[in-house]
Design a protein around this ligand. Structure first.
Ligand code: C2E
Ligand code: CA
Ligand code: CA
Length: 554
């Protein structure tokens, strides 16, 4: 068995979660260790150059919460000594029962760390760190349990950096990571020690005001935090002016469980994006032109029943053979007076006003009927339907999918669901459970927009996934940016290693398609192949394409 798999099994039996983070170089590895606050980290000694050692050495040894282990093919005494200086241990790959020894040492280190903490220390007495999501959620659970009988047990603020993708794209992930860290530190330095701050992943932070706070007081804190970003963030000689928005919620008014609060805060944050003050509380103001929004929102409730939606299809092709291997269904709304609307306009409204479920149901049904019509002509391809962020937070989606599949008598494998990466990271446990249930219904799961945000691929192993779709921003830049090309390459390799299908989306020209083929990417989708089109045009395209392939084959 693969060494890592074996070690994972041993550690998981001890209640650890093992995350694999693929790092391109030493700096990325250093940043990952620094940022994630793992219980322990096992690194490839091949990465251990001077830079990594300096970085790791700086993490602050005396109270280091992350014991470090290195795995080396071979190592000189001098190299081992350097590692031991930063408190790390090395294991040689050839050793027998290596995994057992490593697991035992990791466990021993855990006991040492836990024992060395003062008995009173705990997340609720104030924590001067930026917590990872799981630890923040655990701390909130404790606080909520404690404050169940009181009003305003706590306030939960969600801070979102706008247009962070742009920073990722223009400056690269490393600088983007550093900006994220700087934001975390700035927030930490400006809230009370008793309050908590967590990094929710991507460009989102959470601030929990743990002392009884009114909603107005929480909004005042939000304003103060917002003001902090009037000052730009300086990283690597660059100046970043960040545009942040904050959604404000309070328990128990907006929810009495962590889940409810997180959902409320997401909604509030969405509203904040459109609010001129950049702050909104849950059920607070809606965006931009309220009259238009209100009208659209009302109309959306009727759109599915009135059959005003249209489903467009965009083919996915197998790069090796050029043959059609699937299609993504993309919804449009033919509004009675406003014309054909893009999903970017109405999906966010549907998510907020609760009509998203009807929309998804409509899309699934339409997709299944069109798929059946194609199958009747001998074209058996799975259709991918997009699932929205909001849907994945509730179990209702599972029943909704099950009913639709049953009503349409769909064979297993008829549908595939695309879910975006950011949603998964935000609530990984819930997402994992819901996706597993969906997959048990015979649908496959695809991770959409992969690589777009600031994220790691470590969680992939723990999710029920069949396919990853490389975000079109990376595909668009891969020819001009060696860095992005390397990222695309590593995603392709990773997908292969983990047994996922890998699809490149947003392929706009022949050269990109060629480059993807060279990297070993199996599947492509994009305007160069075909834009999304209605089913009759799709069918024509399909026939033309298969005729062409028959001709080419002679
Ligand atoms: P997405 O899932 O990332 O869908 C791909 C988007 O990229 C589509 O935009 C598609 O038209 C566009 N695209 C395809 N090829 C190319 C290309 O070569 N270059 C460029 N620049 N773009 C390309 P569309 O159809 O406007 O959809 C936007 C988003 O709306 C989708 O992003 C998806 O998140 C959401 N969406 C669409 N249909 C549904 C649906 O039925 N349910 C839900 N929940 N969301 C949907
Ligand atoms: Ca998609
Ligand atoms: Ca996408």
């Amino acid at each position: 068995m693969h060494r890592l798999a074996r070690l994972s099994i041993l550690l998981e039996a001890e209640g650890y979660q093992v995350q694999v983070v693929h790092c391109i170089d030493a700096r990325a590895a250093g940043a990952a260790v620094q940022e994630r606050r793992f219980d322990a980290a096992l690194l490839d000694a091949g990465l251990a150059d001077g830079r990594l050692l300096t970085l790791l050495g700086k993490i602050g040894s005396p109270d280091r919460a992350t014991p470090l282990y290195f795995l080396a093919e071979r190592q000189s005494y001098a190299e081992a000594r350097k590692l031991s200086e930063i408190g790390a241990r090395t294991y040689l790959a050839g050793g027998t029962r290596l995994e057992e020894q490593l697991a035992l040492d990791m466990l021993a280190a855990r006991h040492r760390i836990v024992d060395s903490q003062p008995a009173t220390a705990g997340p609720t007495t104030g924590n001067l760190d930026v917590l990872p999501r799981e630890r923040l959620v655990a701390a909130m659970e404790t606080l909520l349990a404690r404050g169940r009988t009181k009003r305003h047990a706590l306030a939960y603020l969600c801070l979102d950096i706008q247009d962070f993708r742009g920073i990722n794209r223009l400056f690269g992930h490393r600088i983007a990571d550093t900006v994220i860290r700087a934001v975390g530190q700035r927030l930490r330095a400006n809230i009370r020690a008793a309050d908590l701050i967590g990094h929710l992943g991507g460009d989102r932070f959470a601030i929990v005001l743990t002392q009884r706070t009114s909603l107005d007081a929480a909004k005042a804190v939000a304003r103060k935090l917002l003001d902090l970003f009037a000052e730009p963030v300086n990283v690597s000689g660059e100046t970043f002016r960040l545009n942040v928005v904050i959604g404000v919620t309070a328990a128990p008014d907006h929810g009495s469980s962590v889940d409810e609060l997180l959902v409320a805060a997401d909604t509030a944050t969405e509203s904040a994006k459109a609010n001129p003050t950049s702050i909104a509380s849950f059920a607070g103001t809606t965006q931009g032109d309220p009259a238009t929004l209100h009208a659209l929102s009302t109309d959306l409730h009727l759109a599915a029943d009135r059959d005003e939606y249209l489903l467009y299809y965009q083919p996915k092709i197998d790069l090796a053979s050029g043959s059609l291997c699937g299609a993504e269904a993309l919804i449009r709304w033919q509004h009675p007076t406003r014309g054909r609307l893009s999903p970017d306009i109405f999906i966010p409204i549907a998510e907020r006003n609760g009509s998203i479920e009807a929309l998804t149901r409509w899309a699934m049904r339409r997709a299944l009927r069109d798929r059946a019509a194609l199958a009747a002509q001998g074209c058996f391809i799975p259709i991918s339907v997009n699932l929205s962020a909001a849907s994945l937070r509730s179990w209702r989606i599972v029943a909704c999918i099950e009913e639709t599949l049953r009503e349409e008598a769909a064979p297993p494998g008829a549908l595939s669901f695309e879910v975006t990466e950011s949603v998964l990271i935000r609530d990984i446990d819930r997402a994992r459970a819901v996706l597993t249930a969906v997959r048990d219904l015979g649908a496959s799961i695809s991770i959409d927009d992969f690589g777009a945000g600031y994220s790691s691929i470590g969680y992939l192993r723990t999710l029920p996934i069949d396919e990853i779709k490389i975000d079109r921003s990376l595909i668009a830049t891969m020819l001009n940016s060696p860095r992005d090309r390397a990222i695309v390459h590593s995603i392709v390799d990773l997908g292969r290693a983990l047994g996922f299908a890998v699809v490149a989306e947003g392929v706009e020209d022949q050269r990109t398609m060629q480059a993807l083929t060279e990297l070993g990417c199996a599947t492509a989708q994009g305007y160069y192949i075909s834009p999304p089109v209605q089913i009759d045009v799709f069918d024509q395209w399909r026939r033309g394409q298969s005729a062409e392939r028959r001709r080419a084959a002679g």
